[in-house]
Design a protein. Structure first.
Length: 490
């Protein structure tokens, strides 16, 4: 292949691009999107056996052959995220507007680390961030930046919180001088069911996971405010951040944000809301479930969950744009200070990344195409499905519902008989989940509730129906019987 066949530009490049995109599109449709089952059932060993040939051969096979190989060996053994019976994780089926945007993002290859590398992209990101700040009722001085997702957003929020606290309380510029001796006593508070990225962030920030103090939750898996008061009273160490969750991974629970915000203000703590899962409620009639998020110092939003965008796509919003000054820097080759003085947009100073994709185009194109009403209808449908699915599980004699859904996560166990020992139920559900993956007809999640392995439907897909849920329950029954034999040991 000549260079003219490998790059955009000119008739030859345009023709090669159209051919490659067409062949890739056909491969996705024929060996991925149209598969009846969400997974082939191949084991790790079976998958590895397909890739014994050199990844970098001396002589290439040509683009058409390489795409065909990927279709056969990769796409046909990928998890069908758009399949109605793929309901394991917070891994959404991507909307077609998002897929169209993803193609344009990749083809244009804009980099958000300086205005001259991404002029229109820079302006679009600023516009989308402003719309998000308005959506969550943050003040006019709010700002934000796109991230790779909730993990990066949470880490960056706690970095800003830590550096602000050290600057105001210890007169220490962490960016220049590193952590002060008092950092050993710094503490982050979150619920016992908060995402693990709180501890991950504490590790990355040099505080250690022991700096994270977890607060017990109530019967609905939300942060218990009375327990929070007790924790704050008895706490050994110096708290600087309080993290609330709007949509826990297992149960979709939303902490009482307004009450948690009250405690954050009372104790002068940075109030961060991890809304990676539940933030999309803001476009629906269920937005009151997020009451109190408008008082946050920072908010993590994911678009590759209930906003149905291709991975990766997230954002960090901050209540006050000045908060980014705790991490800002200037480089002569990217964002010289003279550009700041001249009003040239400067996104790299707000980001933990330098080279950064134009991911804001994906929600922008989707929002423009569907509007708020169109997006809300998709989300509301999945929430209603989860409620109906919970009723279906609760009505089944051989299943045990473990809580009413707040969002679209339904947690349950297969329990064929009453009185089974918890150890038996634990083993049975763990083995059933493994059998389900090998079976391939339904992709269901596993988690642990009160020390016992449990199953979970994460019903993000607007095309999934209650009939699909009923079919998956039957598949679970079949797999459970297969792994347990004719009789379940007590």
């Amino acid at each position: 292949m000549s260079s003219a066949d490998l790059f955009l530009g000119g008739d030859t490049g345009e023709s090669a691009y159209r051919a490659a995109m067409g062949r890739a599109t056909d491969a996705v449709l024929s060996s991925f999107a149209d598969d009846e089952d969400p997974y082939s059932g191949f084991s790790p060993e079976e998958l590895a056996d397909q890739f014994a040939e050199p990844v970098l051969p001396e002589t290439g096979t040509g683009l058409a052959a390489a795409i065909d190989e990927v279709e056969d060996r990769v796409l046909s053994h990928s998890v069908g995220t758009s399949n109605p019976q793929c309901v394991a994780h917070l891994q959404c089926p991507p909307l077609i507007p998002g897929l169209a945007a993803e193609m344009m993002v990749s083809a244009t290859n804009q980099s958000l680390d300086s205005f001259d590398q991404a002029p229109a992209a820079t302006v679009i990101e600023e516009r989308v961030v402003a719309a998000l700040c308005s959506l969550f009722d943050l003040p006019a001085v709010a700002d934000g930046v796109f991230t790779s997702g909730g993990t990066q957003s949470n880490v960056q929020a706690l970095l800003l919180a830590r550096d602000r606290f050290c600057g105001t309380q210890f007169d220490r510029d962490v960016q220049q001088q590193g952590l002060p001796p008092e950092a050993d006593d710094l503490r982050i508070l979150c619920s016992a069911e908060a995402h693990f990225t709180g501890k991950q962030a504490a590790h990355h920030l040099g505080l250690g996971e022991d700096a994270v103090v977890t607060v017990p939750t109530d019967e609905r898996h939300r942060m218990d405010v009375d327990a929070l008061d007790d924790t704050l009273t008895d706490l050994e160490g110096t708290p600087f951040a309080l993290v609330a969750t709007a949509g826990t991974t297992d149960f979709g629970s939303i902490d009482p944000l307004a009450a948690v915000a009250d405690r954050a203000r009372e104790h002068d703590l940075w109030f961060h809301v991890d809304a990676a899962y539940g933030g999309a409620l803001a476009v629906t009639d269920r937005a009151p479930l997020l009451d109190g998020i408008d008082r946050a110092d920072s908010v993590a939003v994911d678009f590759h969950k209930l906003f149905y965008q291709p991975i990766s796509c997230g954002a960090l919003l901050v209540r006050d744009a000045a908060s980014f000054e705790w991490m800002a820097r200037n480089a002569a080759y990217l964002n010289p200070e003279a550009h700041d003085d001249a009003g040239v947009p400067n996104l790299v100073a707000k980001s933990m990344q330098t080279t950064r994709r134009f991911d804001a185009l994906k929600p922008y194109l989707t929002f423009r195409a569907l509007g708020r009403d169109g997006l809300a209808a998709l989300i509301e449908g999945t929430l209603e499905l989860a409620e109906d699915a919970a009723e279906l599980v609760a009505a089944a004699e051989d299943f045990e519902l473990l809580g009413e859904p707040t969002l679209n996560a339904v947690v349950f166990r297969y329990r064929p008989e009453q009185g089974l020992a918890e150890e038996t139920v634990d083993r049975l559900n763990a083995a059933t989940r493994e059998a389900l993956l090998s079976d391939g007809r339904a992709i269901v999640a596993r988690t642990t509730v009160d020390g016992v392995t449990s199953l979970k439907f994460t019903l993000l897909n607007p095309t999934t129906t209650l009939d699909d849920v009923a079919a998956m329950l039957d598949i679970i029954r079949e797999c459970a019987v297969a792994v347990s034999g004719q009789e379940v040991p007590r």
